[in-house]
Design a protein around this ligand. Structure first.
Ligand SMILES: C[S@@+](CC[C@H](N)C(=O)[O-])C[C@H]1O[C@@H](n2cnc3c(N)ncnc32)[C@H](O)[C@@H]1O
Length: 286
């Protein structure tokens, strides 16, 4: 955590969340989609909701939610000092909004909505189990991320569909606990996991070049500079704090954690190699 752009003291005077909404593709559109998904749940359930925004960053989306849903309780959950201070300041005038400044895994109150927006690729993926524990029976997980544009093949998808567990160890994907254990014991990465990682890096690089060009074309130099650091972190296979994987992989992880996807919205109407942002609305199923 200490050396990501979110925690780096060099970014203390910069609100990374806010600049990204201007100079980075697809984030502002995702915000709008998430706010309307939560507003719809508020209308469907007919009662004020408690909404937890996990990895809220500097609180831009939390503030949008608090404004759009004035009778709901909005909790911005963040642990890195710079964005935490920024989120506190943004939410200060909102009586029903608050900040939870410990790791999400320590949150233990029931909530109707967990929003995970851009945070999935920063967290150990087993946080999805904790989401299930804290969601009310009628609750919803709205999970959107900047994914690595899809790099899994139809065969990979079939293989994952047969997997009873999906694990990410040192940045490599394993489709069974036994395969992960064998890797831990021998240090040898199976051919399939190596190939997925190679394809991930290629797809990521295409995406980051597009993001960089998008920022440069708008003169959004702080965004480009931050993205160069983020791209470097992400391309380092074992960097657990910045590791974007594929939408299909998340879909399998959601199913394995007992979530049913009710809506899937892809942001950005372009070539699939340049489609990174996807937002899912999920309910706890069986
Ligand atoms: C890309 S940022 C999310 C951006 C933010 N959701 C927004 O809308 O601007 C991911 C954030 O997750 C936070 N994070 C990482 N691990 C966490 C944890 N265990 N609990 C809460 N937040 C965490 C990081 O500090 C980082 O600020």
């Amino acid at each position: 955590m200490s050396d990501t752009v979110y925690a780096d003291p060099g970014y203390r005077d910069l609100d990374v969340g806010t600049i990204m909404r201007e100079g980075h593709p697809d984030i502002a559109e995702g915000d709008e989609h998430i706010v309307s998904a939560v507003r719809k749940l508020r209308a469907d359930l007919g009662r004020p909701l408690r909404v937890l925004d996990v990895g809220s960053g500097s609180g831009d989306l939390s503030l949008m939610l608090a404004r759009a849903l004035p009778d709901c309780e909005v909790i911005a959950n963040e642990i890195a000092p710079n964005p935490l201070a920024q989120a506190r300041a943004k939410l200060a005038g909102r009586p029903r909004a608050r900040v939870f400044d410990r790791p999400f895994e320590e949150w233990d109150e029931p909530v109707e909505v967990v929003v995970s927006w851009g945070s999935h690729h920063h967290l150990a993926h087993d946080y999805l189990r904790h989401v299930r524990r804290v969601l009310t029976p009628d609750g919803v997980l709205v999970i959107g991320d900047e994914f690595c544009p899809e790099y899994l093949t139809a065969e990979d998808r079939e293989r994952l569909a047969r997997a009873e567990e999906v694990l990410l160890v040192d940045g490599y994907v394993f489709d069974s606990a036994a395969a992960a254990e064998a890797y831990r014991a021998s240090g040898e990465v199976p051919e399939w996991s190596l190939r997925l990682e190679r394809d991930r890096r290629r797809a990521l690089w295409t995406w980051y070049k597009f993001v960089g060009d998008h920022a440069a074309a708008r003169g959004a130099w702080p965004v480009l500079i931050a993205e160069l650091a983020i791209a470097r972190d992400d391309l380092v296979t074992g960097n657990a704090e910045e590791h974007k994987t594929s939408p299909l992989l998340l879909e399998r992880e959601l199913a394995l954690n007992g979530f049913a996807v009710h809506d899937k919205t892809v942001i950005g109407d372009r070539d699939p190699a340049l489609q990174s942002f996807v937002v899912y609305t999920c309910r706890a199923g069986a």
